[in-house]
Design a protein around this ligand. Structure first.
Ligand SMILES: Cc1ncc(COP(=O)(O)O)c(C=O)c1O
Ligand SMILES: N[C@@H](Cc1ccc(O)cc1)C(=O)O
Length: 472
């Protein structure tokens, strides 16, 4: 599909004049607007790191789509039905049945959130020194693989590293890269394929059904397993429905189920697609591996029938999974992200294209071509945006990439991005207008940006807690 073929609005695509959110607001939370002087003080106190701001000092919070979703009235009602038994909770069995039915896996192990599940799968499926090829790294995923002794290898297609490539499935695995790794190290030295759909760090870009099918065929030749990060798989399914021949008439639920059928297991941070504020799970088809993970979960998360979640959270999650598959919902979800992106494209502001599932990613390299990567252009952009309007974004560039655990050297990722992440069912299009105008104001002042220097660097996942100072 070429650039000009992308629908400008979701209405055009689905044969309607316009679209609106398929929900109405029942409860509201006031927002606080701050002065520029207040924001300057707050940002300084936060070491120029948006993760260290207090949310009270934020106006529109686009830090993340993780756990920031608005639950529906049905989910709130489900909370009341939570069975808080320590063992054998009815709520667990409800969740288990829902995940089995929607995603199609046999064994379900609940965890407190995604990284709890990443920890389990990494510990049970990686032997020290084994390689873990994946379609681009994700911070927590790669760290858990490394802590288990694995070596992550990026096997995503080259287009994913190019913010301007219009390729429709930039999340795809490059099967030649994977074959080359198999030839080089041998299949025994590969723990599993770590596949994510959509790919967060590439800009929320999808994997095609054809790609995962071909990946399955390649892996079958060598007896390799595929484990899927299904955190945003419903969003991935939307793109398959929109872009891949043969899927336009299929239901999102059927697409999700087919995608999973090509994999051996999955984990999920339920705080995204599944419309809850906390939760996660690991799902496996292999009995022995599931037994090992079920044993390990009691060490790190809690008993295997709650895994760190309250019974009420499991109830709300079961309802959230069902709601996430509703066609109107997912169309509006992606539509809102696209609405913001198109406003920015209309002003020639550099963003990652095609517009992805959960966020707009500003291309800080093109935004600030005068800033070398060592001066943290994407972190600078997040700071400037906050100063301008109180909109909170997140760095996804050199600070997020961290250091090579072997050499200790900084990684220099090709993508230097600032992410405007849209929580689900939380903000209106008027909020998106305000955000777009703030980005435009910062863009108009772009020549004045001087960059940041890191003055405190934590050992793990440094971007969360690092502190910076402005370059004078
Ligand atoms: C793609 C992806 N995988 C895994 C995780 C980890 O999940 P969590 O934040 O729930 O630990 C996240 C977010 O952190 C994510 O975006
Ligand atoms: N997964 C969440 C929370 C998170 C953010 C940044 C990370 O690197 C890790 C986790 C997100 O993508 O927003």
């Amino acid at each position: 599909m070429q650039e000009q073929d992308y629908p400008r609005t979701m209405g055009q695509q689905f044969g309607r004049r316009s679209w609106a959110e398929p929900w109405k607001i029942k409860m509201v939370e006031p927002l606080r607007v701050t002065s520029r002087a207040e924001r300057e003080a707050a940002l300084k106190a936060a070491g120029y790191n948006t993760f260290l701001l207090r949310s009270e000092d934020v106006y529109i919070d686009l830090l993340t789509d993780s756990g920031t979703n608005a639950m529906s009235d049905r989910q709130w009602a489900a909370l009341m039905m939570g069975d808080e038994a320590y063992a054998g909770s009815r709520s667990f069995y409800r969740l288990e049945a829902t995940v089995q039915q929607v995603y199609g896996y046999r064994h379900i192990i609940p965890t407190h959130q995604g990284r709890g599940a990443e920890h389990l799968i990494s510990q049970v499926a990686i032997r020290r020194g084994q390689y873990v090829p994946g379609n681009m790294y994700f911070t927590t995923t790669r760290l858990h693989q490394e802590l288990a002794g694995g070596i992550f290898v990026d096997v995503i297609i080259d287009e994913a590293h190019d913010p301007q490539s219009q390729y429709p499935f930039k999340g795809n695995v490059d099967l030649d890269k994977l074959q080359a790794l198999i030839d080089k190290v041998g299949p025994q030295q590969i723990a599993y394929i770590s596949l994510a759909g959509t790919v967060n760090m590439a800009g929320g870009q999808p994997v095609s059904m054809a790609n995962v099918r071909a990946l399955r065929a390649l892996c079958d030749r060598y007896g390799l397993r595929i484990f899927l990060d299904s955190t945003r798989l419903v969003e991935n399914a939307f793109f398959i429905k929109e872009r891949e021949p043969g899927y336009a008439e299929q239901r999102i639920a059927a697409i999700v189920r087919e995608f999973c059928s090509y994999t051996d297991g999955a984990w999920m941070s339920a705080k995204k697609d599944a419309l809850v504020n906390i939760g996660g799970w690991l799902a496996l088809n292999d009995d022995q591996l599931a037994d090992e993970a079920r044993n390990l979960v009691v060490v790190y998360e809690g008993l295997h029938t709650y895994g760190g979640m309250a019974g009420r959270d499991m109830e709300a999650l079961a309802v959230g999974i069902e709601e996430s598959l509703q066609e109107d919902y997912i169309r509006a979800r992606i539509g809102q992200v696209r609405y913001l992106g198109e406003l920015l494209l209309d002003w020639d502001i550099p963003i990652v294209v095609p517009i992805g599932g959960h966020a707009i990613f500003l291309d800080a390299r093109r935004f600030y071509p005068h800033l070398p990567q060592d001066l943290f252009p994407a972190q600078t952009l997040a700071a400037e945006l906050y100063l301008d309007s109180g909109v909170r974004a997140m760095e996804r560039g050199i600070a997020s990439a961290g250091r090579d655990p072997k050499t200790g050297q900084n990684y220099y990722p090709k993508l230097e991005l600032t992410r405007l992440t849209i929580p689900r069912r939380v903000y209106t299009q008027a909020h998106m207008d305000v955000v777009a105008e703030s980005v435009k104001a910062v863009y108009d002042q772009r020549h004045q940006a001087r960059g940041l220097r890191m003055v405190y660097e934590p050992r793990y996942l440094r971007f969360f807690q690092a502190r910076f100072e402005p370059v004078e």
